[in-house]
Unconditional design. Structure first.
Length: 272
């Protein structure tokens, strides 16, 4: 009787499986991208290229807004793509989304880095590598951690193959780096500091423009240097978000808002 009962149950299960199985097993497959929407990424006006890409986010549903999922996102872009200059192809810029307007993400500077292959190409035997880290505050309240890097160079008429700096000279050079960066950055706003980063270029082993040139000039009295540049920058602290200042960085958005205001005022005047 037990065997007969088991067979009967097995047949019933097979019939249920052929009919469609459990309830809810035949759910409609919905493409997840139908619930998504695209937003353009806008770079600050300090860069030549304003729209540098697009990002995707889930559409607003109930209390969950799409803008909340976009704010705070950090995007890494090659500086050559933003400045249209191949001389900056060894730098990577980080931009964070601060505000969302219409279908555009308004970004601001979040950090800077150097590609690994560039650093590896600068490191050589018989030379001293000197690094430092400096915490500086800009004129508009941003706290940055700047990482300069430098390499010793041969003196004029030097015959020795090695070109090592003594530990006391290294400490003096680091002190010069700290003083120079503090003096230079504290006078400038973040917008002008980023401009300085974009102007810094290497012509052979010589640094032209930017903070690297100022550091090399100040430290050359201690020991001749080459390939002096800002390796990395981190934004440690930001002041409270000011929408007006952010709009000044994004001239296109400011222009659009001004046009809308002027049209409204003109319409009011016609009605009056």
């Amino acid at each position: 009787r037990r065997v007969h009962g088991d067979c009967k149950m097995a047949k019933q299960q097979q019939r249920a499986a052929t009919k469609g199985g459990k309830k809810g097993s035949k759910r409609k497959v919905i493409d997840p991208f139908l619930r998504k929407e695209w937003y353009a990424l806008k770079a600050p006006s300090t860069f030549d290229v304003r729209t540098f890409g697009h990002t995707i986010v889930t559409k607003s549903q109930g209390t969950k807004l799409a803008t909340d999922g976009l704010k705070g996102r950090v995007y890494e872009v090659n500086m050559a793509d933003l400045t249209r200059s191949e001389e900056n192809n060894f730098r990577k810029v980080k931009l964070s989304c601060e505000e969302v307007k219409n279908s555009a993400c308004l970004t601001d500077f979040h950090g800077l880095d150097t590609t690994r292959d560039k650093i590896c190409s600068l490191i050589r035997k018989r030379f001293t590598l000197i690094e430092a880290s400096v915490d500086v505050k800009t004129a508009d309240g941003y706290t940055l951690r700047v990482f300069p890097i430098a390499f010793t160079a041969r003196r004029v008429g030097q015959h020795s193959e090695t070109c090592y700096a003594q530990s006391a000279q290294i400490r003096t050079i680091r002190k010069k780096m700290t003083e120079t960066l503090n003096n230079e950055v504290s006078k400038l706003t973040l917008r002008n500091v980023v401009k300085k980063f974009t102007e810094e270029k290497l012509q052979g082993t010589k640094t032209v423009g930017g903070f690297g040139q100022a550091v090399a000039k100040a430290a050359s009295t201690v020991f001749p240097l080459q390939n002096v540049l800002i390796r990395k920058v981190k934004v440690l602290k930001k002041p409270k978000l000011d929408i007006v200042k952010l709009m000044e960085l994004h001239n296109d958005s400011v222009g659009e808002s001004r046009n809308v205001v002027s049209e409204n005022e003109a319409a009011k005047n016609l009605v009056a």
